[in-house]
Write a protein of this length. Structure first.
Lengths: 300, 278
């Protein structure tokens, strides 16, 4: 998609315009070459010119602001180095500086974090977050990772098989996933079952394994039940009081960000370390995954 | 164990036979020539003229090969179109063509009564048996070496780098000059070394198309052929000179390829193409 915006790949049909200027229009026969489109494309593997110094790489896009950019990205000390000699995080900063040197109308980022190891990734993600926030230029970022997307983007478009499934803020996507794919992409569990509307509103869903859960949403027929791990708790016995409970054995306990991630049966759930200790959770413990009727979102 | 050692001994024996056979003529050259007399022998007017003809004709031929071959190789390496494979094969054909056939072909094209002979004759251009005929013969047999290696060199340039140049505002020609050309330079130079060596050693097409006229079309290899009869020592002396030149070319080719391997991160098609075209 970014290659189409940049003019490197010709879309079958449609229209691409930026700031009132049409770059591509299949109906009108408009197709500007890449150099005529004001884009700053940061390639997945950065595509720095290996035969040029860092300074020459940035100057290739535009010579006017090289010193500013070197300083802003804290890479002045690398100005004379060749790209193969610098680290992955540094390369990304050079690639960003080079893309911005052209003073583009839009910044395009192709999986900017995919080439980095897990540790550098966290650091660079935070850096990128600050940078995108202060940049006066809109940015279009492609990623396969919802965490990257929610950290970096104001709005996320979920695309599957070339079709836009949902467009919204990260919060909107989680609160109202449009379909089963968006639900799992945003980190949710997905159960499938048959829904039956209840007289007082809401519905009752019979899951594939025979368990019955309730949701506040009304639906009928085949549905998916999306459950986010942070809304799924653990109890040793079904708690009653209107909570849904699905029994299963505990496994895959792992600390994550001050909480404990675990699986109860096939559901990913979360609890506090204190609670895990109080309940004596260990691999193989029989327990119930519990969740409210409000958190059981129904998707198709 | 014994069988394995026996096999190794067999391999070593074959290597010994091959090496002896390959080295013997070179050693013999240096053993037969009166080494002290080589400078004097090379000072012979016939040798001097042959050297001058070789230098002039090869300089022009190599300029043509680089000037037309580089953009042509870039085109074939970066564009996909119907019949491309056929074109590449056509470019490579002179590599496998017997040189005498190349000479006849050039005569048939540019000679009197040939395909373009009449047109050329009426406009006052006579090519066969002139220095230009040597240039054409050398260009014909040597350019495929450069083109072939050049296509491989441009193909090994990462597409995303040329794409990046375009998105940074570079036109296709600036992208070629600033990105593709410098990145392919190592491979292009290696291809040129091969073409240059082939051009210096050219004999068959030249003698058919350009003849063996002293001071006009007689290159060093043709001079060796002529001196065989009249003065064997001169033939030996020229041969020694060419051995030294060839060894220098081979050495620079090897140095170039090891330098390319160490300086480039992308896999190089060098070993594959050099082993098949050498």
């Amino acid at each position: 998609m970014l290659r189409a915006v940049a003019g490197l790949r010709r879309p079958d049909k449609g229209r691409i315009a930026c700031d009132g200027e049409t770059w591509f229009d299949s109906a009108a026969g408009v197709d500007l070459p890449p150099e005529a489109r004001s884009v700053g494309l940061v390639f997945q593997e950065y595509a720095l010119f290996p035969h040029m110094s860092v300074r020459a790489n940035i100057a290739f896009g535009g010579a006017r602001r090289v010193d500013d950019l070197l300083e802003r990205f804290r890479i002045s000390h690398l100005a004379g180095e060749r790209p193969p000699a610098i680290s992955g995080g540094e390369r990304q900063r050079v690639a960003l500086a080079r893309a911005l040197a052209r003073e583009p109308a839009v910044l395009l980022l192709d999986e900017p974090l995919a080439a980095l190891d897990a540790h550098t990734r966290e650091l660079v993600r935070a850096e990128l977050q600050d940078l995108l926030a202060e940049l006066p230029v809109p940015a279009l970022l492609v990623t396969h990772d919802f965490r990257d997307a929610s950290a970096l983007a104001d709005r996320i478009g979920v695309i599957l098989d070339g079709r836009l499934r949902q467009l919204g803020t990260p919060q909107e996507l989680i609160a109202r996933p449009a379909d089963a794919f968006v639900a799992t992409f945003t980190g949710g569990n997905l159960l499938s079952g048959d829904a039956r509307p209840l007289p007082g509103g809401g519905s009752e869903i019979t899951l594939a394994d025979g368990a019955v859960v309730r949701s506040d949403e009304t639906a009928e027929g085949r549905v998916g039940v999306a459950l986010y791990p942070w809304e799924v708790g653990v109890a040793l016995a079904p708690p009653g009081d209107g909570l849904n409970a699905i029994p299963g054995s505990v496994h895959g306990l792992a600390p994550e960000g001050g909480r404990i991630r675990l699986r109860v049966g096939e559901l990913a759930a979360e609890c506090s370390p204190e609670e895990a200790q109080r309940l004596g959770l260990a691999d193989g413990t029989r327990a119930c995954a519990t969740f409210t009727t409000a958190s059981a979102r129904l998707v198709h | 164990m014994a069988r394995r050692a026996g096999f190794t001994a067999f391999l070593a024996l074959c290597l010994g036979v091959a090496l002896t056979f390959l080295a013997l003529p070179i050693v013999a050259l240096f053993a037969e020539v009166p080494l002290g007399d080589v400078p004097d022998l090379l000072g012979d007017p016939a040798v001097q003229e042959a050297l001058a003809v070789t230098a002039r004709t090869n300089a022009v031929a190599n300029a043509l090969i680089l000037g037309f071959g580089t953009p042509a190789a870039y085109f074939l390496a970066t564009r996909r179109f119907r019949g491309r494979a056929l074109l590449v094969t056509l470019v490579e054909l002179p590599l496998v063509l017997p040189p005498a056939v190349a000479g006849i072909g050039l005569l048939a094209a540019f000679g009197a009564g040939g395909l373009f002979g009449d047109e050329l004759a009426t406009s006052g251009i006579v090519l066969p048996f002139t220095e230009w005929a040597v240039v054409l013969a050398v260009t014909f047999v040597a350019s495929p070496f450069y083109l072939r290696q050049g296509i491989a060199a441009f193909e090994s340039v990462d597409d995303t780098l040329t794409d990046a140049a375009r998105t940074l505002g570079a036109s296709p020609s600036r992208t070629f000059l600033r990105v593709a050309l410098p990145l392919a330079a190592g491979g292009l130079a290696a291809g040129w070394v091969l073409a240059f060596a082939r051009g210096i050693g050219e004999f068959g097409a030249t003698i058919v198309f350009a003849g063996n006229v002293r001071g006009e079309t007689q290159t060093v290899t043709l001079a060796i052929y002529e001196q065989l009869e009249s003065n064997f020592d001169i033939a030996l002396a020229i041969s020694v000179l060419l051995v030294v030149l060839s060894a220098t070319i081979l050495l620079s080719y090897k140095l170039l390829s090891s330098w390319r391997r160490s300086s480039s991160t992308s896999p190089s098609p060098f070993a594959r193409t050099s082993s098949s075209s050498a």
